[in-house]
Design a protein around this ligand. Structure first.
Ligand SMILES: *Cc1c(COP(=O)(O)O)cnc(C)c1O
Length: 392
């Protein structure tokens, strides 16, 4: 006989999922009701309007896709891109590469604008690509690149794209709720996010939002959307404003209770307060890392507060450190990916994970493990440095 699965209680400070607040976990355990039940429909409407707040948009088509962030990405591309189209794809980390995959699998051409990992998307290079490709239809980029912790200038990139008659697809999986993001003010046309990063909900849902220009582009398609499940013209019959709530697929009822609760918590805290909390806590973690002697990969002006990529001290077996943190302290931090594999750790301060007790645990556990392994770090200074930053 197999026993019930009872996971260890971990502190999640990697690139996602982040710590899920107990209030959200208990919301998940509420009784399942039918997904066409009027009570559930009322809850769906509240989720939509709270998502509009989180995204800072009035877009009617603002819904959670019933699948993780990668499906939100695919939803944007599969609806807006057709075979033969040209899409400018900015890549400065892992996720831009996935955008390219999406574009190419749809039979469209990805014009790549590449920047070094850890650098923000270079606006001048994007402008050149737009000039060289006047027939491009869309500019796609990652706002908060989780593989490196860099933030790109979404507002400037959207303004530039519009100047060249392109629409924009923006990956905001890691930015939503954690740092400034203003869909309407910045003119973002299509955007997708995830629930397990700064919203601190469970993984498996992807909030998306499309403005009127994006919807018009979808309505004017020459060909059918190649995915049945993600075809927005069908999904809108279920989630749309005056939709008949026709059966499309069975909504993940309990996961949506969780999202509802996390959005209630975000509303209560206030979006700007949440951004400020992430920024303040980042400064404390940063002070602690720098006192120890670890360095940030990303230039200060472009750093994400919710994802901190730092260098590994000389001669340290980075995987051994992560496994000791997990086994001895129940603490998860992230490894480097792609070009940064083996060179950095990625420490997330996302949503409910962004709090003082996590920061002090991370800094003290890392100091203990690194000094035990004989690494060349400054000892005894990390906690006072973080404490000073908390008080600032
Ligand atoms: C996590 C992440 C994704 C993918 O989300 P999943 O929920 O893992 O599918 C996409 N883009 C970025 C920037 C992410 O951080």
């Amino acid at each position: 006989m197999t026993d019930s699965f009872n996971p260890a209680i971990r502190t999640l400070m990697g690139p996602g999922p982040s710590d899920v607040h107990p209030r959200i976990l208990s919301a998940l355990a509420r009784p399942t009701i039918g997904h066409l039940d009027p009570e559930f429909v009322r809850m769906m409407d509240e989720v939509k309007s709270m998502l509009q707040y989180a995204f800072q948009t009035k877009n009617e088509l603002t819904i959670p896709v019933s699948a993780p962030g990668s499906a939100g990405m695919e939803c944007c591309f599969v609806n807006m891109v057709e075979a033969g189209d040209k899409v400018i794809v900015c890549q400065n980390g892992v996720f831009g590469g996935r955008m390219k995959e999406n574009v190419e699998r749809l039979g469209a051409t990805a014009i790549m604008v590449e920047d070094e990992w850890g650098k923000a998307v270079d606006i001048a290079k994007v402008e050149q690509a737009l000039k060289d490709n006047p027939d491009a239809k869309i500019v796609a980029f990652v706002h908060a690149e989780t593989s490196t912790g860099v933030c790109s200038d979404a507002k400037a990139l959207c303004a530039l794209a519009h100047k060249h008659d392109c629409l924009t697809i923006v990956d905001a999986v890691t930015s939503l709720g954690g740092s400034e993001l203003k869909v309407d003010e910045w003119g973002i046309d299509a955007i997708y996010s995830g629930t397990q990063k700064c919203l601190s909900c469970v993984p498996g849902l992807s909030p998306v939002s499309f403005n009127d220009k994006a919807i018009e582009m979808i309505k004017n398609r020459k060909t059918k959307v190649t995915s049945w499940f993600l075809d927005l013209t069908l999904v809108m019959g279920y989630w749309g404003a005056n939709a008949k709530r026709a059966y499309h697929h069975t909504a993940p009822v309990n996961a949506l209770y969780g999202l509802h609760e996390s959005l209630v918590m975000l509303e209560r805290e206030g979006l700007e307060n949440s951004w400020a909390r992430h920024a303040h806590n980042h400064l404390a973690l940063r002070a602690g890392f720098e006192a120890m002697g670890l360095e940030f990969v990303v230039a200060e002006a472009d750093r994400l507060p919710q994802l901190n990529a730092v260098t590994i001290p000389e001669g340290v077996d980075e995987a051994a450190v992560r496994s000791r943190l997990l086994n001895e302290y129940n603490l998860e931090i992230g490894a480097g990916l792609g070009a940064l594999a083996g060179k950095v750790w990625r420490v997330g301060l996302m949503g409910h994970s962004s709090r003082a007790e996590n920061i002090l645990l991370c800094l003290s556990a890392l100091e203990a493990v690194l000094s035990d392994m004989g690494a060349n770090i400054n000892v005894g200074v990390t906690i006072p440095a973080a404490q000073k930053a908390f008080n600032a």
